[in-house]
Design a protein around this ligand. Structure first.
Ligand code: C2E
Ligand code: MG
Ligand code: MG
Ligand code: MG
Length: 288
């Protein structure tokens, strides 16, 4: 069978591809439905100062519980949302939700939101971000948008224009999964980046690979010289923490410091222990 593809290309579909196409359409439809029904959730993972271990912010990570499929991981549904264009309203939903949540915190901690390469092709993205900040009242400095290097090379000049507009709002930019994409070094020179996130694959190999050690050290030094903050992703062990602090990495994120969880699990951090305890005791007196 032959189908008319995008542009002038003829795309040949095998029955298997047809199945896959139908599967993707179905999953995308279910995802849209979940978004409309408010059935999606954000989990929050702490980002900590490497030296004090104090929480300095959170990364928002999207969670989807499908009624029949159960928990569907973002690695499965984000690419499909990107293919079908659903990522645009979905990404906007995530950003609005994260800002709405963060603005209620007593502690003005940072909030990082992932941005898809597809969103970075929208010339009105900065306007969308400005609108969300305006509606929610979140201070722009508290918001950080995480992008991957690969997202930037698609249409570099357009990406640079959009990121520059976003930076002008006072929002921070982080380079996610650093070291896994193309031309990492040129990217840092050409785009207005505030923070480097060392990809978790390097952290995972730290104790087993001299190459990983050399790469992580080099990225930390690079960050220092370029005056960019450096955060290590996927930190799971004490050994890794010891290495990272000894090498003066600024911040850490990973299961060692906290899993992505609903914000209620981090309530004492975002609102302060004393206040929460006081509320509980007052409620206790009232109900007895
Ligand atoms: P990412 O932005 O690099 O997020 C980090 C991923 O590593 C998360 O996976 C997180 O749960 C996981 N992680 C955190 N600490 C550890 C650790 O110590 N060990 C290990 N092995 N993993 C750890 P998750 O939540 O499954 O998300 C995967 C990817 O999906 C994200 O990678 C991001 O690229 C994408 N994603 C998630 N939420 C969104 C979203 O709202 N919008 C967009 N565009 N992408 C999203
Ligand atoms: Mg991220
Ligand atoms: Mg990452
Ligand atoms: Mg990733």
């Amino acid at each position: 069978r032959v189908k008319q593809g995008g542009g002038n290309h003829l795309v040949f579909f095998s029955p298997e591809m047809d199945d896959e196409y139908r599967y993707k359409r179905q999953l995308s439809g279910a995802l849209r439905h979940a978004m409309d029904e408010n059935a999606l959730e954000l989990h929050y993972q702490p980002q900590c100062n490497a030296h004090s271990s104090k929480i300095i912010g959170f990364e928002a990570l999207l969670r989807w519980h499908h009624p029949e499929l159960g928990q569907v991981p973002p690695s499965r549904f984000i690419p499909i949302a990107e293919e079908t264009g659903l990522i645009n309203p979905l990404g906007e939903w995530v950003m609005r939700k994260a800002c709405e949540e963060a603005v209620t915190w007593t502690n003005p901690l940072g909030i990082a939101v992932n941005l898809s390469a597809v969103q970075l092709q929208n010339l009105d993205l900065a306007q969308t971000v400005a609108g969300i900040l305006d509606e929610t009242g979140l201070a722009p400095e508290r918001l950080e948008l995480e992008i991957t290097e690969t997202a930037l090379i698609h249409n570099a000049s357009r990406s640079r224009k959009i990121l520059t507009e976003i930076k002008a709002l006072g929002v921070r930019i982080a380079m996610d999964d650093f070291g896994t994409g193309y031309s990492s070094l040129a990217t840092l020179q050409n785009f207005p980046v505030d923070r480097i996130k060392i990809d978790q694959s390097f952290i995972a190999r730290l104790m087993a690979s001299e190459q990983a050690v050399a790469i992580v050290r080099a990225v930390i030094n690079l960050g220092r010289d370029l005056k960019l903050e450096v955060i290590a992703e996927g930190v799971e062990t004490e050994d890794q923490v010891a290495f990272l602090t000894a090498n003066d990495c600024d911040a850490v994120q990973g299961y060692k410091f906290g899993h992505p969880r609903p914000i209620a699990d981090y309530q004492t951090t975002v609102s302060g222990t004393a206040v929460a305890a006081q509320h509980r005791s007052i409620a206790g007196i009232g109900s007895n």
